[in-house]
Design a protein around this ligand. Structure first.
Ligand SMILES: [Zn+2]
Length: 168
């Protein structure tokens, strides 16, 4: 029949909860509504894309992703000490805060998490906060529809209220 299922280049609205092995709830769409993404574009974790492939609106699934499929194994060596002077004075640096580092060689922005701050130096942890964690998702597909040519060209989902510049 004509019920759309999730294949590449379909727009997906997905509700989910994400818990750790301990049962701790780390993320949920309960408050803000579903996430919208285009399947097959790497907008969400590849393991999550694989798990929802073939599902249709109303379908639910439990999805368990290993650290490798999630945010990587925890790397004890992924710590970096930088001089306080490398950061603009007006930037507030507090443990637990997030900063962005620019990797000139790779031309990418790397998020880092502040673990220690003293007068002269700050210690950054380059592991993702969920590195090393097995991820337990409960997902429910809310909507599946073909992406419009414009959405595919922009590589993001438009909703009816969403207006933006042509070059965005
Ligand atoms: Zn757009």
């Amino acid at each position: 029949m004509g019920t759309p299922v999730i294949v590449d280049d379909m727009v997906v609205a997905l509700n989910y909860t994400l818990r750790l092995e301990s049962g701790e709830l780390v993320d949920s769409t309960d408050d803000d509504g579903p996430i919208w993404f285009i399947q097959g574009r790497g907008h969400v974790l590849p393991g999550l894309e694989d798990a929802v492939a073939g599902l249709g609106a109303g379908d639910r699934r439990s999805v368990i992703l290993s650290p490798e499929q999630g945010f990587g194994e925890y790397d004890d060596d992924a710590m970096q000490v930088l001089p306080r002077a490398d950061f603009p004075a007006e930037v507030e640096l507090v443990p637990g805060g997030e900063v962005e580092l620019y990797d000139e060689e790779e031309d990418v922005i790397i998020p880092a998490y502040i673990t220690e701050v003293d007068e002269d130096e700050i210690v950054l942890n380059l592991n993702h906060p969920l590195a090393g964690e097995t991820l337990y998702f409960e997902v429910e597909v809310e909507e599946v529809r073909p992406a419009t040519p414009e959405e595919l060209a922009h590589d993001h989902v438009h909703d009816s209220a969403h207006e933006h510049d042509e070059d965005a």
